[in-house]
Design a protein around this ligand. Structure first.
Ligand code: SF4
Length: 186
């Protein structure tokens, strides 16, 4: 929901407040297949590039935090004696967008709280073989943004009002809620 909110808050309204479920599209299946492939590759790789040699590698791991009021399933989590490092695998090119950053940050904070360890870094893996790595920088600044987004989603759950959206025509064209958003001007 954090990632969806960053793309367009109305998607969260449709899914979280109205309970609509996205259709299972060919693109989603392609993404899942790709992720399974990268998960297997990652299991065979050395973790030195994340400065986490010898770390435990957990995959599709459930996390939650009462402090932050969030829960979710991280693709991959590296854990050593000192810290946790969440990794998220994306199909195609990385866009380094706010949504991915907030999602990874939430995973890191939840894991750190749950496992009582430090959280200092997170990485987005992308490309056909997942061998291109984008670090998520400035964890402190992102924490503030995460707090704001969580508060906005919680407010939406309370007032149940459909939010305005600044989504562009290009964003709406790739969104499956376009039929519900009949006030969009294209
Ligand atoms: S169609 Fe556009 S405004 Fe409506 S939910 Fe999708 S992205 Fe947001």
């Amino acid at each position: 929901m954090l990632r969806q909110f960053a793309f367009c808050p109305r998607i969260v309204y449709y899914r979280l407040i109205l309970g609509q479920r996205p259709r299972h599209t060919i693109w989603m299946q392609q993404g899942l297949d790709h992720q399974e492939h990268l998960d297997r590759l990652l299991q065979r790789r050395r973790l030195g590039r994340f400065s986490m040699e010898g770390a435990q590698l957990l995959q599709n791991y459930a996390l939650s935090s009462e402090n932050w009021g969030v829960h979710g399933m991280v693709d991959t989590l590296l854990v050593n004696d000192i810290e946790v490092v969440p990794l998220e695998i994306k199909l195609g090119r990385a866009n380094g967008g706010r949504g991915h950053r907030l999602q990874l940050l939430a995973y890191g904070l939840m894991a750190a709280e749950q496992m009582r360890k430090d959280f200092r870094q997170a990485f987005l893996l992308y490309g056909a073989k997942g061998n291109q790595v984008q670090p998520i920088v400035n964890v402190e600044k992102s924490r503030r943004q995460l707090k704001q987004v969580i508060a906005a989603i919680q407010d939406m759950e309370t007032d149940m009002l459909k939010p305005d959206s600044a989504a562009t025509a290009q964003q709406c064209a790739q969104c499956e809620h376009i039929r519900e958003c009949n006030d969009r001007d294209f």
